[in-house]
Ligand binder design. Sequence first.
Ligand SMILES: Nc1ncnc2c1ncn2[C@@H]1O[C@H](COP(=O)(O)OP(=O)(O)OP(=O)(O)O)[C@@H](O)[C@H]1O
Ligand SMILES: [Mg+2]
Length: 336
Amino acid sequence: MLDKLKSRRRTHPNVVVCSRRIQHCGLIPREHRMESTVSPLPTSFLILNGKSAGSELVRTAVNKFRLDGYAIEVRVTWEFGDAERYVAEAVRLGVDTVIAGGGDGTINEIAAALVQLPAEKRPPLGLLPLGTANDFANSCAIPEDTEKALLLAMVGKSAAIDMACVNHQRYFINMATGGFGTRITSETPEKLKSALGGASYFIHGLLRMDQLRADNCEISGPDFHWQGDALVIGIGNGRQAGGGQALCPNALINDGLLQLCVISAEEWLPTLLNSLSNDEDNPHIIAASLPWLDISAPHDVTFNLDGEPLKGKNFHIDIMPAALSCRLPPQCPLLE
Ligand SMILES: Nc1ncnc2c1ncn2[C@@H]1O[C@H](COP(=O)(O)OP(=O)(O)OP(=O)(O)O)[C@@H](O)[C@H]1O
Ligand SMILES: [Mg+2]
């Protein structure tokens, strides 16, 4: 596998070759590069969520690939906002790939920063899943093994993928969820997440059933209108959220469409039990494929954009076709 990928390496002018090794701890900014500085290896900029900063698996994988000659810069986030600054740094350095090392929220923050750059400056995104649920990476079939995932993130083939924009200012790459599902993911305690991983969202959801409350809302889009009490609203660019719940099982990330799935509140228990397999005949599930949609509610509702909350009464959601390029496995189930 490694040999096959190595044979596909491209020449890139971003790094200085120092004997056979690359000076991986200091990529040279574009303006300071000399004509003769060439490297046969791609350069990567790994933005690691601070929650995974201590991972020995990551350290071992990065060191291994650096010894093989790959140039990998690593930055660690401490709080929201750090990733965007690091993306700006990565662009200044002219790297071949920006790698999101974290969960769905980390991918969201990095993808949102990338999509706001001018297209010609936008490097491809790579994924190193290190979060709790890793819903986007899992549904893209990114390898669980850290070394395999890092190699794919550095040199995998990139594909153009869509993103979604909410109210012209926020973004999601995987899914926006509202209603009951939202409250599960935004309120699941960090301790439960680190102890139980993806299952924590589901378990926390079961514990919270007594507080189940539907959101009354109106949803409209091209040739589509629905109003009612929604228990769960899923708007998918990708397919699953909340730790493996495939709310939008037919979604594709390069079809220029959003998949809407609403589980209405009537007879919620049988619906909930059946719904997670998304039975198309179930009258309590409303599904549609739309390029944009508007959602309005009389009271504040919270939407989770890739697990990060956004509160409001009115949401306008647009698909942004081919907004990013992302290094994905050849058999990624989310590509058409
Ligand atoms: N050093 C840090 N410690 C704690 N939180 C951090 C740190 N750096 C960034 N964050 C925050 O982490 C959140 C993103 O976490 P992320 O979604 O990647 O992990 P997760 O929630 O465990 O995984 P998943 O969403 O896949 O279940 C963002 O809100 C971000 O601001
Ligand atoms: Mg998260």
